[in-house]
Design a protein around this ligand. Structure first.
Ligand SMILES: [Zn+2]
Length: 214
């Protein structure tokens, strides 16, 4: 492509010529990744089961490259990364659900951050598969401390009772979505709350899955 046309197109579609992850203007593949970022992307093929959920699926392995993209989706308002992540997410064909529920942020954290990255993922998935998002079916009642320094058991304890599901979830078949599954404690606790409210099925998915050493 000649330079002038390229410059014109980059004005029209800046994200189409820049790599989705590093943002460098580069020769990108059909997934809109430069060669070096594409090399750092791996699909998650056999994610482990998730407690209280009827099934779990994840798009990509959480790597150095995907961590950068998750960080930009979460804090950098890089909304175009939501459909990017969703394009790697494959849900089993036998899952049937009538609503998508993003893992909620506590309202105080939501106010500070301005948006919920999991809600962006839910919207992108909804657009792809035509199932509505029902954010109001679960809310975070407790603003839990950050989980990063906690081990699996402590994470689970830290989150106990942190979510409240709406009685409207009763009898519904639902799909939860989060950005990253680390130990699974957050998604698991959401699934438990929805089940206790009488949901008929609760599936869960994440854009990225942290690889386990065990
Ligand atoms: Zn790149």
């Amino acid at each position: 492509m000649n330079g002038l046309l390229e410059a014109f197109l980059s004005l029209l579609y800046p994200e189409n010529v820049a790599c989705c992850i590093c943002g460098e203007e580069a020769c990108v593949n059909e997934e809109r990744l430069c060669a070096s970022c594409a090399a750092g992307i791996r699909r998650c093929t056999l994610p482990p089961a998730l407690r209280f959920a009827d099934g779990f699926a994840a798009g990509l392995i959480y790597s150095e490259e995907t961590a950068i993209a998750v960080h930009r989706l979460k804090y950098g308002n890089a909304r175009y990364l939501a459909p990017f992540f969703i394009s790697f997410l494959e849900l089993p064909a036998d899952w049937t659900f009538e609503a998508i529920i993003p893992v909620p942020l506590h309202k105080r954290r939501l106010r500070r951050r301005g948006y919920n990255q999991s809600a962006l993922l839910a919207e992108a998935l909804s657009e792809r598969i035509g199932v509505p998002v029902r954010e109001e079916l679960i809310r975070r009642t407790r603003n839990t401390k950050t989980q990063t320094s906690l081990n699996a058991r402590r994470r689970a304890r830290n989150l106990r009772g942190a979510f409240a599901a709406s009685p409207e979830a009763k009898g519904m078949r639902l799909l939860l979505i989060d950005d990253v599954r680390t130990t699974g404690a957050t998604l698991s606790e959401c699934a438990r709350a929805l089940r206790e409210a009488g949901a008929a099925a609760v599936y869960a998915c994440a854009a990225c899955e942290r690889e386990r050493s065990d």
